[in-house]
Ligand binder design. Structure first.
Ligand code: 2NL
Length: 360
């Protein structure tokens, strides 16, 4: 090899050695083998070489071209290999690491209580009915035998809305009874239905929220008695609070939509808030529920013949029962969306609502 060719070879090798990435490598390649590269220039000059030297010079240039092509390609393979190694090291995954805990929401205690009520009444054969937050005067009051001048109908207790339907004012329902009215109008007895949902009253203080939740229940058949009402309510309360011996007391009361009507109390300890404490340790009674035999006029209003059918109904406040069950002292945080309160009182979405079976 002539001097100029060995110089080209050694300089190219030196430059390749210092090319630390593929960009620098490509610059070296172009400077040697490219259109204006050093080797390309030498090949172009071959024509000017005297004829007697041309053959030997040509062969030497071609050998050099093969050599340089080989070292350039080898350097490229080395750089690509190094780049891949670096990437593999940077992206290394430790498959033995434990998974990060997946953030999970929680079920609001109101929703959980409703799920539990549905589970307990569902096991007794109740279906779940739905009404509408916006109702007519008739579905909220008229059908329920609540007289026109009843205090509950007053503006300061009920949210009336602009407009009217079916000849009566629109309002936000003050209890969830509309679901049962709808059911009685739509289907023949026997009926066993519960109606959990939102209700509204123009009342706002430490123990009242303008929006709250209620759960009502209705059973209608040919020979339903007060005994069925008592058995159903006692079983529900004992299952809901998980206390097989929970004392339950029925006390005469009045509602326009039931006759007779009874309020229902459970035994508790006023001092400690402990439930089921009635009797030996000086317990007290706490009202938790209203109930009664459905008024014949309510049945007739809904197309159910009171000479053939009779039944019972009850209603309770979901917030109140939730507070009692879990010892929650204040109503207001139920609707404040404080994430710490929600985490504390919320329950896992993966745990089903407990049925408290076997408690009775
Ligand atoms: C209470 C009392 C009660 C009812 C609700 C009802 C529904 C129909 C017919 C007859 Cl469709 N009655 N519901 C009956 C008695 C009491 O609620 O203190 N609720 C919080």
């Amino acid at each position: 090899m002539t001097d100029d060719l060995s110089t080209l070879k050694s300089e190219t090798e030196a430059e390749l050695a210092t090319a630390s990435d593929l960009r620098a490598w490509d610059a070296v390649r172009v400077a040697v083998l490219g259109k204006n590269g050093r080797l390309t220039a030498l090949l172009k000059e071959l024509g000017k070489t005297p004829a007697e030297q041309r053959r030997e010079r040509g062969a030497a240039l071609n050998r050099l071209k093969d050599d340089l092509t080989a070292v350039i390609e080898a350097r490229r393979a080395a750089l690509e290999g190094a780049a891949l190694d670096a990437r593999l090291a940077a992206e290394r995954l430790d498959v033995t690491l434990p998974p990060r805990p997946a953030p999970s929401g929680s079920i609001h205690p109101i929703s959980r209580t409703i799920e539990e009520m549905e589970a307990i009444f569902g096991a007794m054969g109740f279906a779940v009915g739905d009404g509408f937050d916006i109702e007519t005067d008739w579905f909220n009051f008229g059908a329920l035998n609540i007289p026109t001048h009843h205090p509950a109908r007053a503006d300061h207790d009920t949210f009336y809305l602009p407009g009217e339907r079916d000849g009566g004012p629109l309002l936000l329902r003050t209890q969830t009874s509309d679901a049962q009215i709808i059911t009685m109008l739509a289907q023949e007895p026997p009926i066993r239905i519960m109606a959990p949902g939102r209700a509204y009253r123009a009342d706002h203080d430490a123990t009242h929220s303008p929006m709250f939740h209620q759960c009502e229940g209705l059973v209608i058949d040919r020979d339903i008695t007060l005994g069925h009402l008592k058995g159903c309510v006692i079983d529900f309360l004992r299952a809901f609070f998980g206390i097989a011996t929970l004392p339950v007391r029925f006390r005469a009361s009045y509602f326009p939509f039931t006759e007779p009507s009874m309020e229902v109390d459970i035994g508790w300890n006023r001092r400690t808030g402990e439930l089921g404490a009635h009797g030996s340790n000086g317990g007290d009674w706490l009202e938790v529920l209203g109930s009664g035999m459905v008024h014949p006029r309510v049945l007739a209003n809904c197309g159910v013949d009171p000479r053939v059918w009779q039944g019972f109904a009850f209603g309770m406040g979901v917030e109140r029962l939730t507070m009692l069950k879990h010892g929650i002292p204040d109503l207001r945080p139920f609707f404040e969306s404080d994430i710490r309160w929600l985490r504390h009182y919320g329950s896992s979405p993966l745990t089903p609502a407990v049925l408290h079976e076997g408690v009775a």
